[in-house]
Design a protein around this ligand. Sequence first.
Ligand code: GUN
Ligand code: FE
Length: 435
Amino acid sequence: TPPRILRGRLLSFNRRPLSIADTESYEYEDDGGLLISEGRILAFGPFETVLLDAPEGAEIVDHRPNLILPGLIDTHLHFPQMQVIGSYAANLLEWLNTYTFVEEQRFADPAHGAGIAVAFFDEMIRQGTTTAVAYCSVHKASADAYFAEATRRNMLMLGGKVLMDCNAPEALTDTPQTAYDDTKAVIADWHGKARNHMVISPRFALTSSHEQMDVTGALAREFPDLHIQTHLSENTAEIARALELYPEAQDYTDIYARYDLLGTKTLLGHAIHLSERERDVLHETGAVAVHCPTSNLFLGSGLFPFKEYERRDNPVRIAVATDIGGGTSYSMLKTMDEAYKVQQLRGERLNPLESFFYMTRGNAEALSLSDRIGTLAPGSDADIVVLDARATPAMALKMDVVTTLAEELSLLQTLGDDRAIAETYVAGCPLKSGL
Ligand code: GUN
Ligand code: FE
Protein backbone atom coordinates (compact mmCIF):
# COMPACT_ATOMS: atom_id res chain seq x y z
CA THR A 1 0.00 0.00 0.00
CA PRO A 2 1.22 3.55 -0.77
CA PRO A 3 1.86 6.03 2.05
CA ARG A 4 -1.42 7.65 3.10
CA ILE A 5 -2.33 10.92 4.79
CA LEU A 6 -5.51 10.63 6.83
CA ARG A 7 -7.12 14.07 6.99
CA GLY A 8 -9.52 14.85 9.82
CA ARG A 9 -9.73 15.96 13.43
CA LEU A 10 -6.92 14.20 15.29
CA LEU A 11 -7.14 13.36 18.99
CA SER A 12 -4.44 11.51 20.95
CA PHE A 13 -3.84 11.45 24.72
CA ASN A 14 -0.46 11.97 26.43
CA ARG A 15 -1.66 11.05 29.91
CA ARG A 16 -4.78 10.72 32.05
CA PRO A 17 -6.84 13.94 32.01
CA LEU A 18 -7.06 15.28 35.55
CA SER A 19 -10.26 17.22 34.84
CA ILE A 20 -12.62 18.13 32.01
CA ALA A 21 -10.53 21.31 31.56
CA ASP A 22 -7.18 19.48 31.32
CA THR A 23 -6.26 20.44 27.73
CA GLU A 24 -2.61 19.56 28.39
CA SER A 25 -3.45 15.89 28.61
CA TYR A 26 -4.04 15.46 24.88
CA GLU A 27 -2.97 16.60 21.41
CA TYR A 28 -5.75 17.84 19.16
CA GLU A 29 -5.56 19.05 15.53
CA ASP A 30 -8.73 20.55 14.09
CA ASP A 31 -7.57 20.16 10.46
CA GLY A 32 -5.04 17.43 11.06
CA GLY A 33 -2.95 15.13 8.92
CA LEU A 34 -1.71 11.71 9.97
CA LEU A 35 0.93 10.22 7.67
CA ILE A 36 1.00 6.43 7.72
CA SER A 37 3.22 4.04 5.81
CA GLU A 38 4.09 0.35 6.11
CA GLY A 39 1.92 -0.10 9.16
CA ARG A 40 3.39 2.79 11.13
CA ILE A 41 2.45 6.37 11.93
CA LEU A 42 5.18 8.65 10.52
CA ALA A 43 3.81 12.14 11.21
CA PHE A 44 1.06 13.87 13.21
CA GLY A 45 0.27 17.56 12.78
CA PRO A 46 -1.63 20.23 10.90
CA PHE A 47 -2.70 18.82 7.51
CA GLU A 48 -0.82 21.42 5.45
CA THR A 49 2.44 20.80 7.34
CA VAL A 50 2.18 17.02 7.08
CA LEU A 51 1.34 17.33 3.35
CA LEU A 52 4.47 19.42 2.68
CA ASP A 53 6.75 16.80 4.29
CA ALA A 54 4.95 13.76 2.87
CA PRO A 55 6.59 11.54 0.24
CA GLU A 56 5.66 12.03 -3.40
CA GLY A 57 2.52 10.09 -4.35
CA ALA A 58 1.06 9.84 -0.85
CA GLU A 59 -2.65 9.17 -1.08
CA ILE A 60 -4.93 11.58 0.81
CA VAL A 61 -7.93 10.05 2.59
CA ASP A 62 -10.35 12.76 3.65
CA HIS A 63 -12.16 11.82 6.86
CA ARG A 64 -13.39 15.36 7.67
CA PRO A 65 -15.39 16.21 9.75
CA ASN A 66 -14.84 12.96 11.66
CA LEU A 67 -12.53 12.41 14.60
CA ILE A 68 -9.42 10.25 14.15
CA LEU A 69 -8.23 8.43 17.30
CA PRO A 70 -5.99 5.50 18.15
CA GLY A 71 -7.81 2.18 17.73
CA LEU A 72 -9.89 1.15 20.74
CA ILE A 73 -8.52 -1.50 23.12
CA ASP A 74 -10.54 -4.12 25.01
CA THR A 75 -8.51 -5.63 27.87
CA HIS A 76 -10.78 -8.52 28.92
CA LEU A 77 -13.22 -10.66 26.98
CA HIS A 78 -13.95 -14.30 26.20
CA PHE A 79 -13.57 -15.47 22.61
CA PRO A 80 -15.70 -18.66 23.17
CA GLN A 81 -18.62 -16.71 24.66
CA MET A 82 -20.06 -15.04 21.55
CA GLN A 83 -23.10 -17.32 21.85
CA VAL A 84 -23.36 -16.92 25.63
CA ILE A 85 -24.07 -13.18 25.55
CA GLY A 86 -27.44 -12.22 27.04
CA SER A 87 -28.01 -15.56 28.80
CA TYR A 88 -30.49 -14.97 31.61
CA ALA A 89 -29.07 -15.88 35.03
CA ALA A 90 -29.28 -14.71 38.64
CA ASN A 91 -25.55 -14.32 39.22
CA LEU A 92 -22.04 -15.25 38.15
CA LEU A 93 -21.89 -18.85 39.41
CA GLU A 94 -25.32 -19.79 38.02
CA TRP A 95 -24.42 -18.17 34.70
CA LEU A 96 -21.09 -20.04 34.50
CA ASN A 97 -22.59 -23.44 35.32
CA THR A 98 -25.79 -23.14 33.30
CA TYR A 99 -24.52 -21.58 30.08
CA THR A 100 -20.84 -20.80 29.91
CA PHE A 101 -19.32 -24.14 30.92
CA VAL A 102 -21.70 -25.80 28.46
CA GLU A 103 -21.02 -23.51 25.51
CA GLU A 104 -17.23 -23.54 25.87
CA GLN A 105 -17.21 -27.34 25.42
CA ARG A 106 -18.01 -26.82 21.73
CA PHE A 107 -14.50 -25.41 21.25
CA ALA A 108 -13.03 -28.89 21.50
CA ASP A 109 -13.90 -28.96 17.79
CA PRO A 110 -11.27 -26.96 15.86
CA ALA A 111 -13.74 -26.24 13.06
CA HIS A 112 -16.15 -24.61 15.51
CA GLY A 113 -13.37 -22.41 16.89
CA ALA A 114 -12.23 -21.43 13.40
CA GLY A 115 -15.74 -20.36 12.45
CA ILE A 116 -16.29 -18.30 15.59
CA ALA A 117 -12.85 -16.68 15.16
CA VAL A 118 -13.94 -15.14 11.85
CA ALA A 119 -17.10 -13.72 13.46
CA PHE A 120 -15.14 -12.53 16.48
CA PHE A 121 -12.54 -10.58 14.53
CA ASP A 122 -15.17 -9.15 12.19
CA GLU A 123 -16.98 -7.84 15.26
CA MET A 124 -13.81 -6.29 16.72
CA ILE A 125 -13.24 -4.39 13.45
CA ARG A 126 -16.91 -3.34 13.27
CA GLN A 127 -16.63 -1.83 16.78
CA GLY A 128 -13.32 -0.04 16.17
CA THR A 129 -11.43 -2.36 18.52
CA THR A 130 -7.94 -2.96 17.13
CA THR A 131 -6.41 -4.77 20.11
CA ALA A 132 -8.09 -7.12 22.57
CA VAL A 133 -7.06 -9.46 25.36
CA ALA A 134 -9.09 -12.65 25.20
CA TYR A 135 -9.55 -15.84 27.12
CA CYS A 136 -9.85 -18.77 24.74
CA SER A 137 -11.30 -22.07 26.02
CA VAL A 138 -9.43 -24.85 27.83
CA HIS A 139 -8.69 -26.45 24.45
CA LYS A 140 -5.40 -25.63 22.73
CA ALA A 141 -7.30 -25.69 19.43
CA SER A 142 -9.27 -22.61 20.49
CA ALA A 143 -6.06 -20.63 20.97
CA ASP A 144 -4.82 -21.88 17.60
CA ALA A 145 -8.03 -20.65 15.94
CA TYR A 146 -7.79 -17.29 17.69
CA PHE A 147 -4.16 -16.58 16.82
CA ALA A 148 -4.49 -17.90 13.27
CA GLU A 149 -7.25 -15.38 12.58
CA ALA A 150 -5.36 -12.55 14.35
CA THR A 151 -2.34 -13.34 12.18
CA ARG A 152 -4.44 -13.33 9.00
CA ARG A 153 -5.63 -9.81 9.84
CA ASN A 154 -2.28 -8.60 11.20
CA MET A 155 -3.92 -7.42 14.43
CA LEU A 156 -2.05 -6.93 17.70
CA MET A 157 -3.96 -9.40 19.85
CA LEU A 158 -3.31 -10.96 23.23
CA GLY A 159 -4.89 -14.19 24.38
CA GLY A 160 -4.43 -17.50 26.04
CA LYS A 161 -5.57 -21.05 26.41
CA VAL A 162 -7.54 -21.18 29.66
CA LEU A 163 -6.15 -23.27 32.54
CA MET A 164 -8.90 -25.00 34.57
CA ASP A 165 -8.66 -28.44 36.17
CA CYS A 166 -11.49 -28.67 38.74
CA ASN A 167 -15.01 -27.64 39.67
CA ALA A 168 -16.14 -27.67 36.04
CA PRO A 169 -17.49 -30.36 33.70
CA GLU A 170 -15.02 -33.14 32.87
CA ALA A 171 -15.05 -32.12 29.21
CA LEU A 172 -13.89 -28.64 30.12
CA THR A 173 -10.92 -29.45 32.34
CA ASP A 174 -7.24 -29.99 31.75
CA THR A 175 -4.69 -31.27 34.29
CA PRO A 176 -1.69 -29.48 35.80
CA GLN A 177 0.53 -31.33 33.33
CA THR A 178 -1.56 -30.75 30.17
CA ALA A 179 -2.09 -27.11 31.23
CA TYR A 180 1.68 -26.69 31.37
CA ASP A 181 2.37 -28.56 28.14
CA ASP A 182 -0.39 -26.87 26.14
CA THR A 183 0.54 -23.40 27.39
CA LYS A 184 4.14 -23.99 26.32
CA ALA A 185 2.96 -25.30 22.96
CA VAL A 186 0.80 -22.21 22.33
CA ILE A 187 3.76 -19.98 23.28
CA ALA A 188 6.03 -21.88 20.89
CA ASP A 189 3.47 -21.83 18.07
CA TRP A 190 2.24 -18.24 18.33
CA HIS A 191 3.94 -15.90 20.81
CA GLY A 192 6.00 -13.22 19.05
CA LYS A 193 4.84 -14.39 15.62
CA ALA A 194 3.11 -11.61 13.63
CA ARG A 195 1.74 -9.31 16.36
CA ASN A 196 0.58 -12.05 18.74
CA HIS A 197 1.04 -12.07 22.51
CA MET A 198 0.31 -15.27 24.41
CA VAL A 199 -1.18 -14.68 27.88
CA ILE A 200 -0.90 -17.16 30.79
CA SER A 201 -4.60 -17.60 31.63
CA PRO A 202 -5.65 -19.46 34.80
CA ARG A 203 -9.43 -18.92 34.71
CA PHE A 204 -9.84 -18.13 38.45
CA ALA A 205 -9.18 -19.65 41.87
CA LEU A 206 -12.36 -21.75 41.81
CA THR A 207 -11.32 -23.81 38.80
CA SER A 208 -7.61 -24.34 39.50
CA SER A 209 -6.32 -26.86 42.05
CA HIS A 210 -3.30 -26.08 44.22
CA GLU A 211 -1.26 -28.30 41.91
CA GLN A 212 -2.37 -26.32 38.87
CA MET A 213 -1.59 -23.04 40.64
CA ASP A 214 1.93 -24.36 41.27
CA VAL A 215 2.31 -25.05 37.57
CA THR A 216 0.91 -21.60 36.70
CA GLY A 217 3.47 -19.98 38.99
CA ALA A 218 6.21 -22.04 37.34
CA LEU A 219 5.07 -20.81 33.90
CA ALA A 220 5.06 -17.21 35.16
CA ARG A 221 8.65 -17.58 36.39
CA GLU A 222 9.76 -19.36 33.22
CA PHE A 223 8.20 -16.67 30.97
CA PRO A 224 8.50 -13.41 32.96
CA ASP A 225 7.73 -11.25 29.91
CA LEU A 226 4.31 -12.78 29.33
CA HIS A 227 1.08 -11.22 30.50
CA ILE A 228 -1.05 -13.12 33.01
CA GLN A 229 -4.84 -12.82 33.22
CA THR A 230 -7.36 -14.16 35.69
CA HIS A 231 -10.56 -13.15 37.51
CA LEU A 232 -10.60 -11.66 41.03
CA SER A 233 -13.34 -10.67 43.49
CA GLU A 234 -16.22 -10.37 41.07
CA ASN A 235 -19.04 -11.73 43.20
CA THR A 236 -19.51 -12.27 46.95
CA ALA A 237 -20.41 -15.98 46.65
CA GLU A 238 -17.34 -16.50 44.45
CA ILE A 239 -15.12 -14.82 47.05
CA ALA A 240 -16.48 -17.05 49.84
CA ARG A 241 -15.90 -20.18 47.73
CA ALA A 242 -12.34 -19.11 46.85
CA LEU A 243 -11.49 -18.74 50.55
CA GLU A 244 -12.99 -22.18 51.31
CA LEU A 245 -10.79 -23.72 48.63
CA TYR A 246 -7.68 -21.79 49.74
CA PRO A 247 -8.13 -21.47 53.54
CA GLU A 248 -4.42 -20.69 53.99
CA ALA A 249 -4.76 -17.40 52.05
CA GLN A 250 -5.38 -14.11 53.88
CA ASP A 251 -7.87 -13.00 51.23
CA TYR A 252 -8.71 -13.65 47.56
CA THR A 253 -5.82 -11.51 46.27
CA ASP A 254 -3.39 -13.45 48.47
CA ILE A 255 -4.30 -16.69 46.65
CA TYR A 256 -2.71 -15.33 43.48
CA ALA A 257 0.15 -13.63 45.38
CA ARG A 258 1.13 -16.97 46.95
CA TYR A 259 1.82 -18.38 43.49
CA ASP A 260 3.82 -15.36 42.20
CA LEU A 261 1.06 -14.37 39.81
CA LEU A 262 0.91 -10.63 40.62
CA GLY A 263 3.08 -8.19 38.68
CA THR A 264 2.92 -5.27 36.27
CA LYS A 265 1.75 -7.56 33.46
CA THR A 266 -1.08 -9.13 35.46
CA LEU A 267 -4.67 -8.31 34.47
CA LEU A 268 -7.27 -8.99 37.17
CA GLY A 269 -10.78 -9.09 35.74
CA HIS A 270 -13.42 -7.27 37.85
CA ALA A 271 -11.55 -6.77 41.19
CA ILE A 272 -14.63 -5.09 42.64
CA HIS A 273 -14.82 -6.09 46.31
CA LEU A 274 -11.25 -5.53 47.57
CA SER A 275 -10.16 -4.71 51.13
CA GLU A 276 -7.67 -1.90 51.77
CA ARG A 277 -4.98 -4.55 52.21
CA GLU A 278 -5.78 -6.05 48.81
CA ARG A 279 -5.79 -2.61 47.17
CA ASP A 280 -2.33 -2.02 48.66
CA VAL A 281 -1.11 -5.34 47.25
CA LEU A 282 -2.35 -4.39 43.78
CA HIS A 283 -0.59 -1.04 44.10
CA GLU A 284 2.68 -2.60 45.28
CA THR A 285 2.77 -5.31 42.64
CA GLY A 286 1.50 -3.07 39.81
CA ALA A 287 -1.22 -5.56 38.91
CA VAL A 288 -4.14 -4.05 36.99
CA ALA A 289 -7.80 -4.04 38.07
CA VAL A 290 -9.87 -4.48 34.89
CA HIS A 291 -13.28 -2.79 35.08
CA CYS A 292 -16.04 -4.56 33.11
CA PRO A 293 -19.11 -2.37 33.69
CA THR A 294 -21.70 -4.00 31.41
CA SER A 295 -20.87 -7.42 32.83
CA ASN A 296 -20.97 -6.19 36.44
CA LEU A 297 -24.43 -4.73 35.85
CA PHE A 298 -25.77 -7.70 33.84
CA LEU A 299 -24.64 -10.29 36.42
CA GLY A 300 -25.39 -7.98 39.36
CA SER A 301 -21.80 -8.33 40.55
CA GLY A 302 -21.31 -4.86 42.05
CA LEU A 303 -20.21 -1.28 41.44
CA PHE A 304 -16.47 -0.97 40.72
CA PRO A 305 -14.85 1.72 42.94
CA PHE A 306 -13.08 3.41 39.98
CA LYS A 307 -12.52 6.81 41.55
CA GLU A 308 -11.54 5.32 44.92
CA TYR A 309 -8.86 3.22 43.24
CA GLU A 310 -7.56 6.24 41.30
CA ARG A 311 -7.65 8.67 44.19
CA ARG A 312 -6.03 6.71 47.03
CA ASP A 313 -2.45 7.44 48.13
CA ASN A 314 -1.47 4.07 46.71
CA PRO A 315 -3.54 4.13 43.50
CA VAL A 316 -4.59 0.91 41.81
CA ARG A 317 -3.86 0.69 38.08
CA ILE A 318 -7.11 0.44 36.10
CA ALA A 319 -8.09 -0.81 32.65
CA VAL A 320 -11.54 -1.10 31.05
CA ALA A 321 -13.11 -3.95 29.11
CA THR A 322 -16.28 -5.52 27.72
CA ASP A 323 -16.05 -9.01 29.30
CA ILE A 324 -18.08 -10.57 26.50
CA GLY A 325 -20.13 -12.81 27.10
CA GLY A 326 -20.84 -11.72 30.74
CA GLY A 327 -20.72 -8.24 29.22
CA THR A 328 -23.57 -7.09 27.03
CA SER A 329 -21.87 -5.01 24.32
CA TYR A 330 -18.85 -5.43 22.08
CA SER A 331 -18.59 -1.64 21.85
CA MET A 332 -16.01 0.15 23.98
CA LEU A 333 -18.16 3.30 23.51
CA LYS A 334 -21.11 1.55 25.14
CA THR A 335 -18.80 0.09 27.78
CA MET A 336 -17.68 3.56 28.88
CA ASP A 337 -21.30 4.76 28.77
CA GLU A 338 -22.05 2.11 31.41
CA ALA A 339 -18.83 2.85 33.32
CA TYR A 340 -20.03 6.44 33.59
CA LYS A 341 -23.38 5.28 35.00
CA VAL A 342 -21.74 2.92 37.49
CA GLN A 343 -19.75 5.86 38.87
CA GLN A 344 -22.91 7.99 39.00
CA LEU A 345 -24.46 5.33 41.24
CA ARG A 346 -21.39 5.58 43.48
CA GLY A 347 -21.74 9.37 43.63
CA GLU A 348 -18.67 9.86 41.44
CA ARG A 349 -18.06 11.27 37.95
CA LEU A 350 -16.05 9.91 35.07
CA ASN A 351 -15.59 12.69 32.52
CA PRO A 352 -15.67 12.02 28.75
CA LEU A 353 -12.00 12.91 28.26
CA GLU A 354 -11.08 10.27 30.84
CA SER A 355 -13.36 7.75 29.13
CA PHE A 356 -11.63 8.19 25.80
CA PHE A 357 -8.22 8.16 27.48
CA TYR A 358 -9.04 4.78 29.06
CA MET A 359 -10.35 3.26 25.80
CA THR A 360 -7.07 4.16 24.07
CA ARG A 361 -3.86 5.13 25.83
CA GLY A 362 -5.01 4.11 29.33
CA ASN A 363 -5.61 0.55 28.25
CA ALA A 364 -2.35 0.54 26.27
CA GLU A 365 -0.47 1.67 29.41
CA ALA A 366 -2.20 -1.04 31.43
CA LEU A 367 -0.84 -3.57 28.91
CA SER A 368 2.64 -1.94 28.95
CA LEU A 369 2.18 -1.41 25.21
CA SER A 370 1.80 2.39 24.95
CA ASP A 371 5.04 2.57 22.97
CA ARG A 372 3.19 0.73 20.16
CA ILE A 373 -0.58 1.34 20.46
CA GLY A 374 -3.15 3.60 22.10
CA THR A 375 -1.61 6.81 20.71
CA LEU A 376 -1.16 8.59 17.38
CA ALA A 377 2.42 9.55 18.19
CA PRO A 378 4.88 9.06 15.28
CA GLY A 379 6.53 5.65 15.57
CA SER A 380 3.36 3.93 16.79
CA ASP A 381 1.59 1.18 14.92
CA ALA A 382 -1.06 2.56 12.53
CA ASP A 383 -4.04 1.10 14.43
CA ILE A 384 -6.61 3.85 14.10
CA VAL A 385 -10.34 4.43 14.47
CA VAL A 386 -12.43 7.10 12.72
CA LEU A 387 -15.46 8.25 14.73
CA ASP A 388 -18.57 9.87 13.24
CA ALA A 389 -20.59 11.77 15.84
CA ARG A 390 -23.37 12.31 13.25
CA ALA A 391 -23.79 8.60 12.50
CA THR A 392 -27.53 8.45 13.24
CA PRO A 393 -30.31 11.02 12.86
CA ALA A 394 -30.57 11.39 16.66
CA MET A 395 -26.79 11.88 16.97
CA ALA A 396 -26.75 14.44 14.13
CA LEU A 397 -29.56 16.38 15.81
CA LYS A 398 -27.63 16.55 19.05
CA MET A 399 -24.40 17.50 17.20
CA ASP A 400 -26.20 20.64 15.96
CA VAL A 401 -25.94 22.04 19.49
CA VAL A 402 -22.57 20.56 20.52
CA THR A 403 -19.87 23.23 20.90
CA THR A 404 -16.92 21.53 22.63
CA LEU A 405 -14.77 18.44 22.09
CA ALA A 406 -15.78 17.06 25.50
CA GLU A 407 -19.47 17.38 24.57
CA GLU A 408 -18.87 15.56 21.30
CA LEU A 409 -17.06 12.73 23.12
CA SER A 410 -19.90 12.52 25.62
CA LEU A 411 -22.38 12.22 22.74
CA LEU A 412 -20.27 9.53 21.03
CA GLN A 413 -20.11 7.55 24.26
CA THR A 414 -23.82 7.94 25.05
CA LEU A 415 -25.45 7.33 21.65
CA GLY A 416 -22.54 5.84 19.71
CA ASP A 417 -22.06 2.19 18.78
CA ASP A 418 -20.72 0.37 15.71
CA ARG A 419 -22.61 2.82 13.47
CA ALA A 420 -20.36 5.60 14.75
CA ILE A 421 -17.24 3.71 13.65
CA ALA A 422 -16.64 5.20 10.20
CA GLU A 423 -13.44 3.24 9.60
CA THR A 424 -11.02 0.95 11.44
CA TYR A 425 -7.40 0.84 10.30
CA VAL A 426 -5.23 -2.09 11.33
CA ALA A 427 -1.51 -1.64 10.67
CA GLY A 428 -2.46 1.04 8.16
CA CYS A 429 -5.10 -0.98 6.28
CA PRO A 430 -8.76 0.13 6.29
CA LEU A 431 -10.56 -3.05 7.34
CA LYS A 432 -14.09 -1.94 8.29
CA SER A 433 -15.03 -0.78 4.79
CA GLY A 434 -13.92 -4.22 3.55
CA LEU A 435 -16.30 -6.19 5.78
N1 GUN B 1 -15.03 -15.93 36.38
C1 GUN B 1 -14.52 -17.09 35.93
N2 GUN B 1 -14.82 -17.31 34.64
C2 GUN B 1 -15.55 -16.25 34.25
C3 GUN B 1 -16.14 -15.88 33.01
O1 GUN B 1 -16.09 -16.58 32.00
N3 GUN B 1 -16.82 -14.69 33.00
C4 GUN B 1 -16.90 -13.89 34.10
N4 GUN B 1 -17.56 -12.74 34.01
N5 GUN B 1 -16.35 -14.22 35.26
C5 GUN B 1 -15.68 -15.39 35.34
FE1 FE C 1 -14.33 -12.52 32.24
